[in-house]
Design a binder for this molecule. Structure first.
Ligand SMILES: Cc1cc2nc3c(=O)[nH]c(=O)nc-3n(C[C@H](O)[C@H](O)[C@H](O)COP(=O)(O)OP(=O)(O)OC[C@H]3O[C@@H](n4cnc5c(N)ncnc54)[C@H](O)[C@@H]3O)c2cc1C
Length: 413
């Protein structure tokens, strides 16, 4: 055999795995089906590459939900400080100007990809493009290599770092899951995550102009009553987008599949409760006794939204607030506290920055990223059944898991 390791996919996880293995002395072959490496990495963070964040590992893990604990060994070996150090070592200085999100100082993802490619070259890693792996070859319960669209390659270790199917416009597909499934691995159901959502309510399109800061969102279903999110929200032509939506979409898309629609309740008043809203309106009215309902609401929400919410409460926005009946005020305040919206669709994987679901965690050792089913097979990056919110979580996971997989450790005892 000419190689010790074959890595499938030259994305964030695969390039890090290849570099780590080569630095440990392995002869590495990196196979990429596209004609370039790091297509998603280049597009990440709007081309700026938010590659990690400054949260502690404990806080980071908590943002991935219950399964996040799987990441402990990988993050222990490559926390955000170590990742920043790694990049500095290959010539990419990083900083966190807002104290939270870590970017290359150039704010250009191309800088990151170019540095990884240069390190791959320096380490003599063989990187072949246009090689789509179609089969993991095995013998007697151990990996012996792979077969691509053109030929077979031999190695006793294979790392699958093929990413998820989101953004096929960047060359993504689900072929990695097929490779994992064909070697007996369970794939938990895949759902598009981190994407805008479509709503039944058409009034949203009239409120597109402004970002709604610190919105709060709940799913109005008994089984999801513990789930809530907070962040900036933006109305679109046909629904909602913005950080809160991207982060919460992973909870909504499975429910949408189950029920066909998902009722949401959204607080668009920066978290004020009914009492606070009532007080706020009272105070605003005391300064202007004849003010219209829309004028008063516009003191704390944007005017188009104020008008739409009045319409929803069957109140003329231009009528004087002082003339509203008590029941009308109650209804308006209730609506302001929790505005209902109904999610009825999305653009699927075409618009999904991340995939929910993937290779079952129970079949992978968190200490090594090695398969518990097939000797010599490893996984890293998005193909694994873990996904995080916006803010550098997914790339840091891709790099950290690639770094651990590339050490080619065997499952302990
Ligand atoms: C538009 C966009 C913006 C994003 N922004 C951010 C961000 O700012 N911060 C953040 O943390 N995350 C971000 N993400 C998510 C992040 O990019 C991914 O989570 C991350 O790239 C996953 O890394 P990966 O190496 O596992 O997979 P990928 O980066 O997808 O790499 C997988 C590679 O494997 C190749 N491949 C697949 N199948 C095969 C096969 N059968 N044979 C050979 N090669 C194969 C693919 O062509 C690809 O090059 C963003 C995603 C998108 C789409």
């Amino acid at each position: 055999m000419t190689h010790d390791l074959i890595v499938i996919g030259a994305g964030a996880a695969g390039m890090m795995a290849a570099i780590t293995a080569a630095r440990c002395g392995s002869r590495v072959l990196l196979l990429e089906k596209q004609s370039q490496s790091g297509a998603k990495l280049r597009a990440s963070g709007g081309g700026r590459c938010n590659l990690a964040n400054t949260l502690s590992s404990e806080q980071f893990i908590a943002r991935f939900g219950r399964e996040g604990r799987f990441m402990i060994p990988a993050l222990k070996a490559l926390d955000h400080d170590a990742l920043v150090e790694f990049f500095a070592g290959i010539g990419v200085e990083c900083n966190a100007l807002d104290g939270y999100r870590i970017f290359p100082v150039t704010h250009k993802s191309d800088t990151v990809v170019a540095a990884l490619e240069a390190e791959i070259k320096r380490l003599d890693i063989e990187l072949l493009y246009g090689q789509k792996v179609e089969k993991i070859d095995q013998q007697n319960g151990a990996v012996i290599g792979v077969t691509t669209n053109t030929q077979s390659y031999r190695a006793a270790n294979v790392i699958i770092a093929s990413g998820g199917p989101g953004y096929p416009s960047l060359g993504a597909d689900a072929s990695g899951y097929d490779l994992a499934a064909a070697t007996g691995h369970q794939i938990s159901e895949l759902f598009p995550a981190m994407l805008p959502l479509k709503t039944r309510e058409t009034w949203v399109k009239k409120c597109r102009a402004d970002t709604i800061g610190k919105a709060e969102m709940r799913i109005n279903l008994p089984e999801a009553k513990k789930l809530q999110a907070k962040g900036d929200l933006i109305f679109t032509e046909n629904g909602i987008r913005g950080p809160i939506v991207l982060d919460f979409a992973r909870e909504i898309t499975p429910l949408l599949k189950k029920y066909g629609e998902v009722p949401l309740l959204i607080n668009l008043t920066q978290g004020m409760n009914e009492e606070q809203i009532r007080e706020r309106l009272k105070k605003a009215q005391s300064n202007n006794k004849s003010a219209s309902v829309a004028d008063l609401l516009a003191t704390f929400i944007n005017r188009p939204l104020a008008r739409e919410l009045c319409q929803l409460a069957s109140i003329d926005p231009d009528s004087a607030y002082g003339r509203l009946a008590g029941q009308q005020r109650d209804e308006l305040i209730k609506l302001l506290t929790w505005t209902p919206l109904t999610v009825i669709g999305h653009d699927g994987f075409a618009a999904a920055m991340v995939t929910r679901g993937g290779v079952a965690l129970k079949q992978i050792s968190p200490e090594t990223m090695q398969s518990r089913l097939l000797q010599g097979l490893y996984f890293c990056g998005e193909i694994v059944d873990l996904d995080g919110p916006c803010g550098g979580f997914n790339l840091h996971w891709a790099f950290a898991s690639g770094h651990l997989a590339g050490q080619l450790k065997s499952i302990p005892g």
